[in-house]
Design a protein around this ligand. Structure first.
Ligand code: URA
Ligand code: ZN
Length: 387
């Protein structure tokens, strides 16, 4: 197999910056970080939702300490990471505080990245880049959010924005967000759409199944609903150059896209609303490869490839297109091993899934794209190393 020199780039990796962790420690209701005593042992725990299963999860320096991030990257052979704040971002704050904290955290993240070591073997690149935050809460003026986008554009190591699914309170299909999409598109910032709330927890019954149902099912369904609503509201028709990266391989969107398309075609209210068949829009989106299985990744790649066939007026299926929109990610510091181990099985299984994708396993150039080169292209960093 030909050897293609490429970095391994992680586009889905989080941090609770020290100032954000301090904000959570000062709170008395979720989201919060609290001291939790079990017998003689006291530990810090992160509780991100009211009524979160199993009393939240233990947290420690891997959530905020940059050296821990760099050590995790070194251990797993990751050369470059695009670090984003973890959920629930600023969603729970009043407007004034959300604005102040967004500004401070964006500056902190720029500093966190700008002072990171150079990426070894890839001259001109740093080990760390970031997704900034916007004060996306009700009562913040849209013009102030647009200003925050323009400010982010000035921070050289901030290459995108992480966003939940609430918008400024009414979801991502709220037409009030149009000036925000417009400004993001003009600034060429990548939007990472990430879940937090899941679905109504009554759907998960009364048995204690830990975090399995909300994380494995609630998160992806939240993403699926949010992005479907966004497409149905015409955002991707109005802003065709918007670059949206979906968490966890876009939830169930690839799997349900033909069903959605059929429901749209048969519904008198939406049948003529969009410029294209719903399946077309998958080719306008980017998907992280945080799916843990090779067959699932190939499936996502094929549904992306198929998109071109649904352009109004037709088109041919280009099988390469799909793998050019998939990007490796880890979800660090979440999903640590339950027992001490040098490498994290959650990371190893995502790497193995990319390398084992049926149809891609014998194509080193596609693997190199998914493992790192797609990210460099998406974040406009490719020319710095490959000119
Ligand atoms: N991954 C995340 O990004 N957030 C969580 O809360 C859990 C897993
Ligand atoms: Zn995540």
């Amino acid at each position: 197999m030909a050897n293609i020199r490429h970095p391994i780039v992680d586009v889905h990796t989080h941090v609770y910056l020290p100032q954000y962790a301090a904000e959570l420690r000062a709170r008395t209701s979720a989201p919060r970080i609290l001291n939790w005593t079990n017998g003689v042992k006291t530990e810090e725990r992160l509780l991100i939702l009211d009524g979160e299963p199993s009393g939240g999860r233990p947290v420690g320096p891997q959530y905020w300490d940059r050296d821990e991030k760099l050590e995790f990257m070194r251990r797993h052979g990751i050369n470059i990471s695009f670090v984003s704040s973890a959920n629930p971002w600023l969603d729970f704050l009043p407007a004034d505080r959300a604005q102040t904290l967004a500004h401070e955290l964006n500056n902190n993240l720029e500093e966190y990245c700008a002072t990171s070591p150079p990426a070894e073997g890839f001259s001109g690149l740093k080990t760390l880049y970031g997704f900034g935050l916007l004060p996306l809460v009700p009562d913040v003026e849209v013009s102030a959010i647009v200003q925050a986008i323009e400010y982010l554009k000035l921070l050289p190591h901030i290459r995108g924005i992480i966003m939940g699914t609430k918008g400024i309170g009414k979801g991502l299909d709220d037409s009030a967000l149009d000036p925000i999409w417009d400004a993001i598109q003009a600034a060429r910032l990548v939007v990472f759409i990430h879940p937090h709330y899941g679905v109504d927890s009554t759907a998960f019954g009364e048995n204690d199944n830990g975090h399995v149902l909300p994380l494995a099912l609630g998160f992806p369904f939240e993403t699926t609903i949010a992005i479907t609503r966004l497409i149905l509201s015409g955002v991707l028709d109005r802003f065709p150059n918007l670059r949206l990266l979906l968490a966890h391989s876009g939830g169930a969107l690839p799997q349900l896209s033909s069903r959605l398309a059929s429901c749209i075609q048969h519904d008198p209210i939406v049948a003529n609303r969009l410029k294209h068949d719903l399946r077309y829009y998958l080719g306008q989106l980017y998907f992280d490869a945080v799916a843990y299985g090779p067959e699932e990744l190939t499936f996502v790649s094929r549904t992306i490839s198929r998109a071109s066939a649904f352009k109004s007026g037709g088109g041919t299926v280009d099988p390469v297109v799909g793998s050019s929109r998939l990007l490796f990610g880890t979800d660090h510091p979440f999903f640590p091993p339950l027992e001490a181990s040098q490498k994290w099985p959650s990371v190893e299984s995502n790497l193995a899934a990319i390398r084992g994708m049926p149809g891609v396993d014998s194509k080193p150039e596609h693997q190199a794209n998914i493992l790192g080169l797609n990210a460099l292209r998406l974040f406009d960093l490719h020319d710095q190393v490959y000119t």
